[in-house]
Design a protein around this ligand. Structure first.
Ligand code: ADP
Ligand code: MG
Length: 224
């Protein structure tokens, strides 16, 4: 039994009278500590795969098993607990709250935790420090560069110390120097033990991963 098993997942999107087969019988075994890069053309199903792996979207069929937990057979409440305990997610366009400062954005995932405000603040400040942003904790997203916003998004995704970090084209809007820095951060997180699953178009980012998979029309066409 592998550590993380994505087993025969299919997902269709139905809009009006058209059906898009976004994932078609997709299977992948993942080990703790893997750093997986996912490539594939636009529309091949990468974001759908990440949303399902993030337990944020239900597949039509198939299983997703993490540490013997069958994620999609959990109740909605238990699935939220699972998400909080295991997963950190970095979205394609950062998704930072524009009216919250950097440190307040990073504190968001801690909202439901039974931790004092002071400790939440401390955890968020430490997470910002770990991505090299200790001096900018008070800034609003609009007062940060693209690379800095990305770092805040990473700090927010890792503040809970999740076992799995999911990132959808994390360097899509960044120049190559900044994306190199972001990849060094990911490599650091991975060598500290975090399992990373990252979608990227960039050859440079894909090189940072140590397992490469490729999707085409919702199917796995390549895995190394
Ligand atoms: P990628 O991230 O590789 O570009 P996606 O997973 O976003 O691919 O999309 C896979 C296919 O599913 C595409 O054809 C896309 O248009 C379609 N799709 C994605 N999300 C939705 C949605 N919410 N409703 C309808 N179709 C969708
Ligand atoms: Mg996508």
């Amino acid at each position: 039994m592998s550590d993380i098993k994505i087993n025969s997942i299919s997902k269709n999107y139905i809009t009006g009278d058209s059906t898009v087969r976004a994932l078609n019988d997709f299977t992948l075994d993942i080990s703790w500590g893997d750093f997986i890069g996912i490539s594939g053309e636009s529309g091949s199903g990468k974001s759908t795969l990440l949303l399902i792996t993030g337990a944020m979207l239900m597949p039509d069929s198939g299983d997703y098993i993490v540490d013997d937990i069958n994620v999609f057979s959990l109740s909605q409440e238990k699935r939220s607990d699972f998400r909080r305990e295991y997963l950190g997610f970095i979205f394609q366009s950062f998704h930072l709250m524009p009216y919250l400062t950097a440190v307040e954005n990073v504190m968001l995932p801690l909202a439901v935790k039974n931790i004092s405000k002071k400790d939440k603040y401390k955890m968020a400040t430490e997470a910002l420090g770990s991505v090299g942003l200790s001096d900018k904790w008070k800034r609003l997203p609009d007062e940060l560069s693209g690379g800095e916003k990305e770092r805040v998004a990473i700090a927010r995704a890792v503040v809970n110390n999740p076992r799995i970090l999911l990132a959808d084209e994390p360097t899509g809007n960044l120049d190559s120097k900044t994306s190199g820095e972001i990849m060094s951060l990911f490599k650091q997180l991975n060598s500290d033990g975090m399992t990373i699953i990252m979608v990227s178009h960039s050859a440079e980012c894909i090189r940072a991963s140590d397992r490469l998979i490729k999707l085409s029309d919702g199917k796995l066409v390549y895995s190394q």
